[in-house]
Design a protein around this ligand. Structure first.
Ligand code: C2E
Ligand code: CA
Ligand code: CA
Ligand code: CA
Length: 276
């Protein structure tokens, strides 16, 4: 039936297909899932290429559903972003990260924890005050927190985004642009904003060695970032040859299965002991 509507067929994102009602239904169970411990946070190391040590950890949410098993955040996050769900999920992730970071910093004093912040969450007028209150509640230093925003977040309401990012900067929180290169690169904002790093999307990293245009994109992103005084992070690094190439191109921080998959909170301490 959908073929006769004449709607263009999109070649991307097959998430919102016929199974969407089922996924939305799952989201109505979010409160219950949070209460009963179905959600958890895993942490993936961010490795400093110069020192070879763990400079940070990215917090990533997980949902183990009693009936449907493991649900991918790539599926439930976009749906949660259509409503209030994303605020509850982000609050859960931030509290988990804030309650652990000081302990981990006993091993790695400069360690930072990165959290993903969706547009709907960031652009809330009270977001900086909310974060300030959480920093106080958990006695966390803003320097230990990084927030990852996508390019699209900056474009929804650039004026407001700039204002809020400046407020976060005054709390000493660092802001990075996530999935860089996949959105509409608003290069002019990069200059205006107190951004600390660009995170090069996995799609460019995956084919770095085989696709000449990806190599150009990655190397010029790194050069541009450095000339703007920004660091670069490459995500999705799965093998040593890609790692070596990225290091030659001057990439500062590496994240990927080559080093480690995201790990449950109770494995982080041992990881840091071995990789500091
Ligand atoms: P992202 O922010 O781009 O996170 C990186 C994703 O790449 C993670 O997937 C991570 O597990 C995966 N990854 C890292 N290294 C490799 C690698 O070497 N190979 C491969 N194949 N994958 C790698 P994950 O955890 O499934 O999360 C997917 C997306 O869901 C995230 O992409 C982010 O957009 C969203 N997400 C996850 N947790 C949160 C959250 O707490 N809040 C928000 N707003 N979004 C989240
Ligand atoms: Ca991210
Ligand atoms: Ca990313
Ligand atoms: Ca990505």
């Amino acid at each position: 039936a959908s073929k006769s509507t004449g709607q263009p067929v999109t070649q991307y994102n097959t998430d919102l297909d016929t199974s969407t009602p089922h996924k939305i239904a799952v989201l109505s169970e979010l409160d219950e899932a949070l209460k009963s411990g179905q959600l958890s946070v895993v942490y993936q190391p961010l490795m400093d290429t110069k020192s070879g040590q763990t400079g940070g950890l990215e917090a990533l949410v997980r949902w183990q559903h009693p009936e449907f098993g493991y649900l991918s955040p790539a599926e439930f996050i976009p749906i949660s972003e259509m409503g209030e769900g994303i605020r509850k999920i982000t609050d859960f992730v931030i509290r988990d990260a804030f309650s652990n970071i000081n302990h981990w910093r006993e091993l790695v004093p400069e360690l930072q924890v990165s959290v993903n912040i969706s547009p709907r969450v960031l652009l809330n007028q009270n977001f900086p005050q909310y974060i300030e209150a959480l920093l106080e509640e958990y006695n966390v230093d803003g320097h230990s927190i990084v927030m990852e925003l996508t390019e699209s977040t900056l474009l929804v309401d650039p004026g407001r985004a700039i204002e809020i990012i400046n407020s976060l900067a005054s709390l000493n929180i660092e802001v990075e642009i996530d999935d860089f290169g996949t959105g509409y690169s608003s290069l002019s904002y990069l200059k205006q904003l107190p951004i600390s790093a660009l995170k090069i999307d996995r799609s460019f990293v995956a084919d770095l060695l085989s696709d000449a245009s990806d190599e150009v994109i990655v190397s010029s992103t790194i050069k541009m970032a450095h000339s703007l005084g920004l660091k670069t992070v490459a995500e999705g690094v799965e093998d040593e040859v890609t790692l070596v190439r990225l290091m030659r191109l001057g990439c500062d921080i590496i994240q990927g299965f080559y080093y480690a998959k995201p790990m449950p909170v109770n494995q982080v301490w041992a990881w840091l002991e071995r990789n500091r």
